[in-house]
Design a protein around this ligand. Structure first.
Ligand code: ADP
Ligand code: MG
Length: 395
């Protein structure tokens, strides 16, 4: 999948509108984590070397189509200045004369930040007229918000029908890394799945089943699979309406020679915030407890597959990693992925919570790629052509 590249030839000295994702976590009007701002740094710096005049547009929170003081881009202006090390000017709208005149006054050493695009109800309707008004002060559009690319909105999709559009460096890297693992992965390709629900991962299993050599299943979703194989899973997460799917997938995998590997032991406790857990074999789970992490034998078994992989895609934590007593499985699997990466495997982490887990354990820099797109990376791995990416595809 080749995206239209942003080069000096197409961008030199132009007025550029860049769709970024600055939907950062906020608390009491402060930015708690500037990872999402940092993620666009290379794209911004590239445009600066091209002598472009740059305006950035993003959503922030869920303002539901109307102005919301707390979600104004004013709140993140300083954080953007700190990360990009340039003065950031604000304009309190996304369209019209105000933007045009702010762009006319802007120097190459400054950046213009447009107001929260979701203050406008047209945005989520992918309204073409709104996109036209947004586009009007600019020469070209750069799409860099991978994590918003699964949404067909005016600032991700419709605008690309109006302005010549190019892929920013972040979205380009995301697409390259995710295509790498999901289209033609070097074998053995090991898919690690976890997280809360089977239903969230059905599309990924279906799409990648015929490409993986093994699918390791942990997290809450593992218990539905275990139940189907006849285990008593106590009060663990169970999706009755997905049991049939789980059974079919295991049958299909068997016919195709793909290994679906389930936990052999698990950490059980009374509730999600219990202060300790107990390791049991999956054949002897107490009826009144729930499985909240994979056990040490499962870690050993999964790590064995991971160590032999040439390509790894990991989506979904192995347990309730947010709670210390149930964090070990996710941390150890993270370490196994890091080891495999050191040995030359390509490893990609997708999913918002998995990315948070990898960061929490200080492993982010040691895997090949941590996707910035939660929902977007999942939909990409389901084989969907995303509406913010489709218009960037090379003819
Ligand atoms: P991602 O965002 O990476 O796709 P998910 O949203 O699917 O991941 O799942 C993450 C959530 O799954 C985490 O909040 C974690 O606490 C929860 N989880 C993992 N294992 C279990 C389990 N055994 N029981 C209940 N919840 C679990
Ligand atoms: Mg999640």
């Amino acid at each position: 999948m080749e995206l239209r590249r942003l080069t000096k030839e197409v961008a030199k000295d132009l007025k550029v509108l860049v769709r970024v994702d600055f939907n950062v976590p906020l608390k009491d009007g402060k930015v708690m984590d500037d990872t999402r701002i940092r993620a666009h740094l290379d794209t911004i710096n590239l445009l600066r070397t091209f002598g472009c005049r740059i305006a950035l547009i993003s959503h922030l929170g869920r303002p539901k189509g109307e102005f919301h003081e707390d979600l104004s881009m004013k709140v993140i202006q300083k954080a953007v200045e700190n990360v990009y090390e340039v003065p950031v000017r604000l304009v309190d709208t996304c369209t019209g004369e105000k933007v045009r005149s702010a762009m006319d006054k802007l120097s190459n050493d400054e950046i213009l930040l447009l107001e929260n695009v979701r203050f406008y109800s047209e945005e989520k309707k992918n309204d073409l007229q709104f996109a036209k008004e947004m586009a009007s002060p600019f020469d070209i559009f750069v799409m860099d918000a991978f994590s918003a690319s699964h949404r067909a909105h005016s600032s991700t999709n419709a605008i690309q029908k109006i302005l010549p559009s190019y892929a920013g460096l972040l979205i380009d890297k995301e697409v390259r890394m995710l295509s790498n693992v999901s289209s033609d992965p070097e074998q053995p390709f090991v898919l690690i799945l976890g997280g809360a629900k089977v239903s969230d991962k059905i599309g990924v299993i279906e799409h990648l089943m015929n490409k993986a050599s093994a699918i390791l299943i942990g997290g809450g979703m593992a218990y539905t699979f275990l139940q189907v194989t006849g285990k008593a899973i106590g009060r663990s997460l169970y999706e009755e309406d997905k049991a049939e799917f789980a059974g079919e997938m295991m049958k299909k995998a068997d016919q195709m020679g793909v290994k679906i590997v389930l936990p052999v032991d698990t950490v059980v406790a009374e509730k999600l915030n219990s202060t300790s857990g107990q390791v049991v074999n999956v054949d002897s789970m107490p009826i009144d407890l729930m499985g909240l992490d994979i056990g040490p034998d499962t870690v050993t078994c999964f790590s064995e597959y991971i160590s032999k992989a040439r390509t790894i895609l990991w989506n979904g934590p192995m347990g309730v990693f947010e709670e210390a007593p149930f964090a070990s499985g996710t941390e150890k699997i993270g370490q196994a992925v890091v080891e495999a990466t050191k040995g030359g495997a390509v490893s990609v982490v997708g999913g918002g919570d998995t990315a948070a887990a990898v960061k929490h354990f200080g492993l982010s820099g040691q895997v090949s790629h941590v996707s910035t797109g939660g929902g977007a990376s999942l939909e990409f791995c389901e084989g969907k052509i995303l509406p913010g990416i489709e218009p960037l595809l090379q003819e």
